[in-house]
Write a protein that binds this ligand. Structure first.
Ligand code: B3K
Ligand code: ZN
Length: 852
């Protein structure tokens, strides 16, 4: 059985026995019978003793297989082909194979597959083995040449175009790369062309390839690409290294996008944009993903990972780089707030549940299950901490050394840290624990003040996680500033470097007891615990000079108020409402920032906080508390909101820039609250006149949230039924805004809708992803959502294991809840596990979710 779970361990890593000098591939494309002819020049790895040649392959129909032209005798074992050492002609030899594959029936969207009659590939992590026999591991790097034979109009692969004729094209990629970066696209495509001159004066041809009809949605993405290329030159000194850079938009894609060398393949949702069809959030996400994939050219492609355990080497660093880019393009404080919110919402949740794993895991069954918030987001936070500890100049120096030393290599976390040790002289052995120790550290703070000296006492502990009972103290950079009781900055931001379990830090010569602003800019991915008062929080919301902590103070205040409302039936606290009123009225604050402050902490954030405090969270009580507090905010802030709604109106042509988007965000925040008072009058008017998706969808959401908008929903459908990406929004909105008791039924109805498509990951996510994110609806006590999700995942698993496994993460918080809900979620998981032939992906996830 090919799916028998086999665990791979980091400790078992051995270098490849054979390296590859050159690969030549020929593709004769046909929907159900594509021929792949490969010529691979192997050479024994001088660092290994040789031995048998082992090649990876999955679902291949092998037509022929030769060694230096002679038929090879092969044996097969668990997804591998073995050619015994005695058949291998010499230290270097040519392996040739011809195989047949069926892209049209490949619904897993891994390997070569078809999307809307177009051929495309996805090879990371281990998809190349579904294309042909090859050492499918990232430490085998080689230059590739590719010949595509097909009647399709446009034929693309990695590298530079070499030659083409009627029904064929040849590409050559001079840069050695692992197989996971291979890509091929063939289809009826049109391009949005442009070009860019690089820092050394080289002209690079740029293209975004789309289906006919989508040409008008490429300009924004192209702009983002050019900005990314220039930014990487200016900030990291990295220049692009081929004559051409192609991006292709694909409708059926398992994730956001893929950084294949010179041929990035994008989920159409992550590249196509227009004011009429995309929201401000879409524009921002597209800009970030284009940058992310482009930045991989150096952090991922030129320097890749030795093995998949090192995934954070490229992903953590590339996320960190795209976050820096977005901060430079937009408002840095608002970007930081968003990044931390994502981290807390996804990574903290993961780190506190059954799926917790180190940023560099030590074992896996299915590597696709490890493209997680921990590896991406916590991986990026580790880089941020490193930069904070060594300083900006030392960081820049270390990065230069990294590029110089490891260009063209498949590297490890040890290599990465060595570069920092060598260039700064710092010992990073304790810091390295961040890579191996899972779990979110708790940083408990107490303080004292006497005779002008203020002392901060810090204690760190990291809770046990699966397989890791005992934790060691980490290096934690704690950025601290002190404010005077009048709200003046007494001590500017200072980094306290914590290395022990308990440590104290003194600040001397103060004239009065200061108010501390701790963990400024969220200087480390930890949970801060400190006894404080809501007056102090309101004070910091009003006076903190650190924008992140200013926002954080408002969030903590809201969380305290909501917790009391959810558990003690408390009333909305006037203190919170007053603080919000002052904040909202402060015209000196960026509208985007104000919009962020107005948003209430999420349902899941509150559930985790209550759980941490030893209270079993009641999703319905949290939901009611959030509703009541929103009503109270609306009532208290009405005049301010009404004037913001009127004054933040955009004039002139729509522009997706950060300032315009910030004004729209504030206006939307106001609209959403005001609808609770005006019965949806403003929202209906806006919906009727909006000429951009941000406002149209915002108005629809404002109506749905007060259980109105059915007429608007119907007209939205009529207007957009032919636009797949907008229809995803139509599906998603209905589930996201469904009332708790109606959520499961809404989702159940939508998966039966004529426009629902089980084979399209975006459409599946728009219903099932939204179902799991509507926390009150997902956890509604009848358990209907749990059952529906289990039914859907059982159905989806045969089509797309990766998406099935990912969506099963909806159950990761099951242990937080009461016995009834726990039992229902456990039953749902067990039912999935019992499905005959459950994929390896889903088996691993569900097993981990259930735990021991
Ligand atoms: N490297 C890809 C992710 C591949 C996921 C494989 N299951 C996209 C990215 O991180 O840029
Ligand atoms: Zn990435």
């Amino acid at each position: 059985m090919t799916n028998a779970p086999q665990t791979v361990f980091l400790a078992d890593y051995t270098p490849p026995a054979y390296l590859v000098d050159q690969v030549a591939l020929t593709f004769r494309l046909a929907p159900t019978a594509t021929r792949v002819i490969s010529k691979v020049n192997f050479r024994r790895n001088p660092e290994s003793n040789g031995g048998d040649l082992l090649l990876d392959g999955e679902g291949l129909k092998t037509i022929s297989c030769t060694l230096d032209g002679a038929k090879a005798t092969v044996t097969h074992e668990a997804g591998k082909m073995r050619i015994s050492a005695d058949q291998l002609p010499a230290d270097s030899f040519l392996f040739e194979a011809e195989v047949e594959i069926s892209p049209a029936t490949n619904t897993a969207l891994e390997g070569l597959y078809m999307s809307n009659s177009m051929y495309c590939t996805q090879c990371e992590a281990e998809g190349f083995r579904k294309i042909t026999w090859y050492p499918d591991r990232p430490d085998v790097m080689a230059p590739f040449t590719v010949r595509i034979e097909s009647e399709e109009k446009i034929l693309l692969s990695n590298g530079n175009p070499v030659a083409s004729g009627d029904g064929w094209a040849e590409w050559s990629d001079p840069w050695p790369k692992p197989a996971y970066l291979f890509a091929l696209v063939a289809g009826n495509l049109v391009n949005h062309p442009d070009q860019l001159e690089t820092m050394s004066g080289k002209k690079v041809e740029l293209n975004i390839w789309v289906r006919p009809g989508d040409e008008g949605k490429c300009a924004f993405g192209m702009g983002a690409l050019k900005q990314s290329m220039t930014w990487d030159e200016e900030v990291y000194g990295r220049e692009y290294d081929l004559d051409i850079f192609n991006i292709v938009a694909v409708d059926d894609f398992n994730m956001g996008a893929m950084e294949n060398k010179g041929l990035n393949i994008f989920n159409s949702s992550a590249v196509l944009a227009s004011p009429e069809t995309s929201t401000d959030a879409n524009f921002e996400r597209i800009e970030a993903i284009i940058a992310h994939e482009y930045f991989h050219n150096w952090t991922g492609n030129r320097i890749t990972c030795r093995d998949w355990f090192q995934l954070c080497l490229k992903e953590g660093l590339t996320v960190f780089r795209d976050q820096q880019f977005s901060a430079d393009m937009r408002s840095a404080p608002v970007r930081r707030i968003d990044d931390v919110s994502t981290l807390r919402g996804r990574q903290f949740r993961e780190d506190n549940g059954p799926l917790a794993h180190p940023v560099r895991p030590e074992s896996f069954v299915e590597i696709n299950n490890f493209y997680t918030a921990t590896i991406y987001e916590k991986g990026a936070e580790i880089i941020g901490m490193l930069k904070r500890l060594v300083g900006d100049d030392a960081y820049a120096k270390a990065l230069n050394l990294y590029f110089e030393r490891h260009d063209g290599e498949a590297a490890t976390i040890e290599d990465w840290l060595q570069v920092f040790e060598d260039s700064t002289g710092r010992d990073l052995s304790q810091f390295k624990l961040w890579y191996s120790q899972a779990g979110t550290p708790r940083l408990t703070v107490s303080e004292s003040y006497s005779d002008g000296t203020y002392t901060l006492n810090l204690r760190q502990d990291t809770p046990a996680t699966p397989g890791q009972a005992d934790k060691q103290p980490l290096v934690i950079p704690v950025a601290v500033g002190l404010l005077s009781p009048e709200g003046k900055e007494l001590v500017p931001t200072t980094i306290l470097e914590m290395t022990e379990t308990e440590q104290s830090f003194d600040f001397e010569g103060l004239s009065a007891r200061p108010v501390p602003s701790l963990l400024r800019g969220f200087s480390a991915p930890v949970v801060l615990i400190r006894e404080t008062s809501n007056s102090e929080r309101a004070f910091l919301l009003a006076h903190d000079t650190d924008p992140f902590n200013k926002w954080e103070a408002g969030r903590m205040l809201a969380k305290d108020v909501l917790s009391r409302m959810a558990t003690e039936g408390a009333e909305p606290a006037p203190q919170y409402l007053d603080a919000m009123s002052d904040m909202c009225a402060d015209e000196a604050l960026d509208p985007a920032f104000r919009a962020h402050c107005l948003r209430l902490p999420g349902q899941d954030d509150l559930a985790q906080t209550l759980y941490d405090a030893g209270v079993t969270p009641d999703p319905m009580a949290i939901h009611s508390a959030r509703e009541s507090l929103s009503d109270a905010l609306a009532a208290k802030l009405e005049p301010l909101l009404a004037s913001a709604y009127d004054s933040m109106i955009s004039e002139g042509e729509f522009s997706p820039d950060a300032v315009s988007a910030g004004r729209r965000a504030m206006r939307q925040g106001a609209l959403s609250l005001l609808s609770r008072i005006d019965g949806g009058e403003r929202a209906r008017a806006l919906f009727a006149t909006a000429d951009n998706m941000t406002e149209q969808l915002g108005a629809l959401g404002a109506l749905l949230q007060i259980s109105q908008g059915s007429k608007e929903l119907a007209s939205f459908y009529q207007q957009w039924r032919d636009d797949r990406l907008v229809m995803d929004k139509w599906f998603m909105m209905q589930v996201s805004f469904a009332a708790p008791e109606a959520t499961a039924a809404t989702a159940a109805r939508l998966v039966e809708h004529a426009d629902f498509d089980w084979k399209n990951p975006n459409r599946v996510r728009s219903v099932l992803g939204a179902l799991s994110m509507n926390a009150a609806g997902f956890h509604y006590e009848d358990g209907a959502s749990y059952q529906l999700l289990a039914d859907c995942l059982i159905r989806l698993d045969d089509l797309n294991p990766q998406i099935t496994a990912r969506l099963s993460g909806a159950f990761e918080t099951w242990r937080r809840y009461d016995g009834n809900r726990q039992g229902q979620m456990r039953d749902a998981l067990q039912r999935i596990l019992a499905k005959p032939d459950l994929s390896r992906d889903a088996t691993e996830m569900v097993t981990r979710l259930l735990g021991d």
